[in-house]
Design a protein around this ligand. Sequence first.
Ligand code: UDX
Length: 414
Amino acid sequence: MRISIIGSGYVGLIIGACLAKLGNKVILIDLDEKKIDAINSGVSTLYEEGLDELLSRTHVEASSDYQKIMNSKIVFLCVGTHSDKDNSISLEYLIQATEQVSRVLRDKKDYYVVTIKSTVAPGTTEGRIIPILQRWGRKVGKDFGVCMSPEFLREGKAVYDFMHPDRVVIGEYDSKSGDVLYSLFQNFNAPILRTNLRTAEMVKLASNAFLANKVSFINEIGNICKRLGIDTHEVAKGMGFDNRIGGKYLEAGIGFGGSCLPKDLKMLIAKAKQIGYEPKILEEVSNLNEKQALKPVELLKKYVSIKNATIGILGLAFKPGTDDVRGSRAIEIVEVLLGEGATIKAYDPLAMENFRKLYPYIKYVSKEEVLNCDAILIITEWEEFNGLDYTGKIVIDGRRIIKAEEARIYERVC
Ligand code: UDX
């Protein structure tokens, strides 16, 4: 099938490369010429497990020319949606991309399906996207179809997650639209839920809100356990044997970051308030997560006067296995430490260059140099941190690096 994908970021590039691997003819449309050149030379612009190999073995064309989508059967919209100041969603890029698609396809003779993959609030596809697609007199349901099919890709594991989905959700304007998308995913070994557009939009937001809720839940339990001298990890292990709870997503620590969970949770909260509902549980999930980020600094103050101290940070990425620092807990922590007069030396195996763009004035050093600081904060649980010698050090662990327990002073956030 001939497919075009608008947006070649964390979602678009992965989906494009995987669909190409499955035998589809894929064209990626982006505005970033550097990204386009990299993709056309078979190199990925992102750090994703298996992506380099995938791109070196499959042909994915990239271009900035929207005319190239003319003979696509499906057009995926995968552009970023980010939080506005009031935490509602900014549709700026999605609207721009939709307007371009609408303009280019106004003369397309054969039937095609526009599919939204970007995360949007319930009602967006019907209320904002379809009107733009009909702007040039084309009629949805007659001239073209519309679907909303959310992605559930974890950064760092996105290729695996695309190829091995737990489920495929197809929100469809009508069954003709859904049939086209279904033909693309029917051979996946996963249940396919065919539903309406706004239900599909909500499945995505509710799924991420639930994941955020599970993290804040175990962190609430962890904060209680810490006061009781109980190992939260052991409690989580005991809980996880219950198949209604499950063992995943019960790692207590400094909370969730990334470009999705915080944003999607806030988007759902904003949508609920917009329709006059107070989402108290969701708000508390977010509030607890905000407070959890700074617990390492509170603990650090028990042992070190921060002003003029040199603090080492192990881990800058928002989680291990990625170079992405968007929503990293290290951001709030570095802000507070700098504000209180500390000198910071930081190490991360992948994310230092991305973090340096945000904080060019802190020192980026080897992990050995971090260990020579007055105190060490562990922010990201990279496995290699279990290979360091913490003897005689002061360590505040925001995640759970067992080897660090040998430190002279060791405290875990929870
Ligand atoms: C998430 C969802 O998992 C994915 O399905 C969705 O499509 C996009 O958002 P991602 O943002 O890549 O994926 O990160 P994820 O692996 O889910 O972790 C999110 C954050 O939660 C990280 O900061 C991680 O450190 C934290 N986390 C996760 C915990 O603190 N404890 C846990 O048990 C799990």
